[in-house]
Design a protein around this ligand. Structure first.
Ligand code: PLP
Length: 420
């Protein structure tokens, strides 16, 4: 549990703010982030990577709230984006275009045009057809495309299958054996300035060996491509550093940085990394209120006002989040609860047989480790509100995203205006 979220006199706090105060002010459910924890995570990684001179490009997909992006941008971070929407978010948060990397397997021509017009740092191309579209966009705008090829090193990241991208059976990157073909294509496409090589083998990596293996593949390719006459001056190592949700022991920033040094020091490469989860995961919680404590039958169910549409990870990845009562109840008997939301899906299940006190309707609980891939993956399924986000800073707190209520959502729909 991160130190930014802790009990003080039996009440769970976000920094120095009692969580019930926020619930009173804004209602539930809500995400709450600790500003100091965002900064601490960034500073830990930045100081470990300082010697490598690496540019940290926050992976906006982990959490696209402007205040979150800005909390890194104000410390010098760039951004890794995978859609024009994320590009606009990063720019709106004040990330300079020359620190933005555009990743993703399916960039459309319109997205490429928009990014090129702003003058971003780099496009990470993931296929040969994409190279042709990038070249055409460069020709139309009269610009050279700063290009890295994302290579799929075919390394098992040893993480959940649904967030594993490093094996060549996934859609990501260009297979090592196809890189010769990609380099030949680049030579025929005059608007492309092939300056870099990129990788990203998966998310929530808790072992260091897959990074070691993949970095080895990258270092060999840099040498090979340079020997073939390509001026490779940039290296993008992607994201993936895991965090502790339960008992994991992910690589420390120092261990990760030591590996970067081991493989790449002396190669004169401008290094970028794209962490998402590491920077925000443990800096956020989701706070929810018990609607009903439904006892009996085969199980006890704690039915919350947060649901799978607010925090998708357990339903999608079977992921674990610690769930804690906001008011500590040290004297209470421990019961076993299936913690669920109100959505009409059996997968709307946050945790099974969780040992928690005898909670009742109206009590508050907090989900730990909800700062990454929480709010950014939320949906309006079951016509539910997109929930609010709060930032805590010392003893202050502020709304940083207002809820999108049902009236607004109804206004998204239009009556048909038929055309042929
Ligand atoms: N970079 C790319 C290309 C990604 O696809 C992702 C997420 O999967 C990330 C960076 C961020 O990963 P993480 O949040 O695990 O650091």
């Amino acid at each position: 549990m991160s130190s930014a979220f802790a009990y003080r006199s039996s009440i769970f706090h976000a920094e120095a703010v009692p969580v019930p105060r926020i619930a009173e002010a804004y209602g539930t459910p809500f995400y709450c982030y600790a500003r100091a924890e965002l900064h601490r995570a960034y500073d830990d990684l930045a100081s470990a990577l300082q010697e490598c001179g690496a540019l940290i490009c926050f992976a906006v997909k982990a959490n696209g709230n402007l205040s979150i992006i800005r909390s890194f941008a104000e410390r010098g971070a760039g951004a890794d984006v995978v859609s024009v929407g994320e590009l606009h978010r990063a720019l709106a948060a004040g990330v300079p275009p020359e620190k933005i990397i555009f990743s993703g397997v399916g960039k459309t021509r319109a997205e490429i045009d928009a990014a090129l017009a702003t003058g971003i740092y780099q496009f990470n191309a993931e296929s040969i057809p994409e190279l042709e579209v990038l070249n055409a966009a460069g020709a139309t705008l009269g610009r050279k495309i700063p290009l890295a090829l994302r290579v799929n090193p075919d390394v098992d990241p040893r993480t959940h299958a649904k967030i594993s991208t490093g094996r060549k059976a996934t859609k990501f990157g260009i297979a090592v054996e196809q890189t010769g073909q990609a380099l030949a294509a680049v030579q025929q496409l005059p608007q492309l300035d092939l300056c870099g090589i990129a990788m990203h083998i998966g998310s929530q990596l808790t072992a260091i060996q897959p990074f070691d293996e993949a970095f080895g593949v990258m270092a060999a390719l840099v040498a090979e491509w340079r020997a073939a006459g390509h001026d490779i001056r940039r290296l993008d190592l992607g994201g993936g550093i895991g965090i502790r949700y339960a008992e994991e022991t992910p690589p420390t920033p120092a261990a990760y940085a030591a590996l970067v040094k081991k493989h790449f020091s002396g190669l004169k490469l401008q290094i970028a990394v794209e962490p998402g989860r590491f920077l925000t995961g443990n800096a956020g919680i989701l706070v929810s209120r018990v609607i009903y404590a439904k006892r009996g039958g085969a199980k006890n169910f704690l039915i919350l006002d947060a649901a799978m549409n607010d925090l998708m990870r357990p339903a999608m990845y079977d992921s674990w989040h610690d769930i804690v009562p906001v008011q500590a109840m040290p004297g209470s008997a421990v019961e076993h609860w299936d913690v669920v939301g109100p959505v009409c899906e059996t997968s709307d299940l946050f945790g099974q047989d969780r040992a928690l006190p005898a909670l009742q309707s109206g009590d508050l609980v907090a989900f730990m480790g909800a700062g990454a891939y929480g709010a950014s993956m939320a949906s309006t399924y079951n016509a539910r509100v997109l929930i609010q986000e709060i930032m805590a800073d010392g003893d202050l707190f502020s709304l940083i995203r207002r809820p999108v209520n049902i009236e607004e959502q109804i206004a998204w729909d239009t009556d048909p205006v038929w055309v042929r």
